[in-house]
Design a protein around this ligand. Structure first.
Ligand code: NAD
Ligand code: TYD
Length: 339
């Protein structure tokens, strides 16, 4: 099997590339290497005979067409992926997550490139106060990020209905594990705690997310790719629901840091209160998450403790400018005692 994986130098994409190579697939990894893309994430597969890398934008029709030659499936991880950055600057999200996805789809159709797997997110559904989202529920995204991802999903599903392209869409929940760029909750808080820096908790910290370990998420994508029905959406959730404050306290324990590092800061605008997914459809294909949250979180914290050479260079330069822009004013408007 020959796969075009886009965004394979990012967090989840690189884990998927490792999985695919280990399973004997040939992988063409096409990545623009944005601030979130990192060649170090794929350095241990880079020498494998079945692996090749194309440095390109998914919005570049010529590069995409060339990379797609002879593939059996396209797995689209490439995206601008961080909600907070989308609030600061939505333009790039629309360019990559909507327009880029449409360029890829056009090329996949022209090349008859087999199955198109769109890696999407539970955030397209919006917030749910109780119960869990099913794939048939309407989408109601809150942030420029989730609205862009929803735009991508709708293109993908329309390409199936209109042109008969063989597509599946996976909607994954909040994912954690090694090699995650330290702007998302878990890697940001782990690396800050290891450095004795404050952990900026938005609002009251009681927002709930459904957490999944990265390899379980990749296994779900693999299952949908190999066994999913054409034109179908599959939720991929770990089923471990917890408020942010509980995750924060676990991280403090695992890093031997004190609760004095917690800073309640101004909330994120449009902040979804709770995400939860019904995963019955994917479980019907034989998938289920394998990793217990506590154990996987402890392993993840250990990875960041042992791999400072991976994240210390990231947390400088552009990252510092972003951090100041994102948290500078917020830190001053601490909502102490919010909880
Ligand atoms: P990431 O930000 O770590 O990686 C994104 C990768 O895409 C990077 O390597 C980047 O260089 C590349 N990229 C960005 N724009 C590109 C473009 N125009 N052309 C080519 N490459 C480009 O993201 P991630 O956390 O690994 O997420 C991967 C996918 O999974 C995304 O589509 C995201 O929406 C989805 N997802 C993520 C989560 C999560 O919790 N991280 C949960 C559900 C779904
Ligand atoms: P995040 O990792 O950005 O993922 P998403 O917004 O896609 O769910 O955030 C997870 C949760 O953690 C979300 O409720 C926002 C919250 N959060 C904080 O409280 N502080 C932070 O500095 C960050 C990055 C997130």
């Amino acid at each position: 099997m020959r796969l075009l994986v886009t965004g394979g130098c990012g967090f989840i994409g690189s884990a998927f590339v490792h999985m695919a190579i280990a399973r004997g697939a040939e992988v063409v990894n096409l990545d623009k290497l944005t601030y979130a893309g990192n060649l170090a994430n794929v350095e241990d597969v880079a020498g494998e005979p079945g692996y090749s890398f194309v440095h390109a934008d998914i919005g570049d029709a010529d590069a995409v067409r060339e990379a797609m030659a002879g593939v059996d499936a396209v797995v689209n991880f490439a995206a601008e992926s961080h909600v907070d950055r989308s609030i600061l600057d939505p333009g790039e999200f629309i360019r990559t997550d909507v327009l880029g996805t449409a360029v890829l789809l056009g090329a996949a159709r022209a090349a008859a490139a087999g199955r198109f797997v769109q890696v999407s997110t539970d955030e397209v559904y919006g917030s749910i106060p109780s119960g869990a989202f099913h794939e048939t529920d309407p989408i109601s995204p809150s942030s420029p990020y989730s609205a862009s991802k929803a735009g991508g999903d709708l293109q993908v599903l329309a390409w199936h209905r209109t042109y008969g392209v063989d597509v599946v869409v996976t909607r994954g929940s909040n994912t954690f594990g090694p090699r995650q760029y330290p702007e998302k909750l878990i890697p940001l808080f782990v690396t800050n705690a290891l450095d004795g820096r404050p952990l900026p908790v938005y609002g009251d910290g009681m927002q709930v997310r459904d957490w999944i370990y990265v390899d379980d998420h990749c296994e779900g994508i693999w299952t949908a790719m190999t066994r999913g029905e054409p034109g179908t959406v599959y939720n991929v959730g770990g089923g471990y629901e917890a408020p942010n404050l509980e995750i924060t306290r676990r991280i403090l324990e695992l890093t031997d840091a004190g609760e004095d590092l917690i800073r309640y800061v101004e909330d994120r605008p449009g902040h979804d209160r709770r995400y939860a997914l019904d995963t019955g459809r994917l479980r019907g294909l034989g998938w289920q998450p394998a990793r217990a949250f506590e154990e996987a979180l402890a392993e993840t914290v250990a990875w960041y403790r042992d791999r400072r050479e991976w994240w210390e260079p990231i947390k400088s330069g552009e990252y510092r400018r972003y951090y100041e822009r994102q948290y500078g004013e917020r830190q001053k408007t601490t909502t102490e005692g919010a909880c």
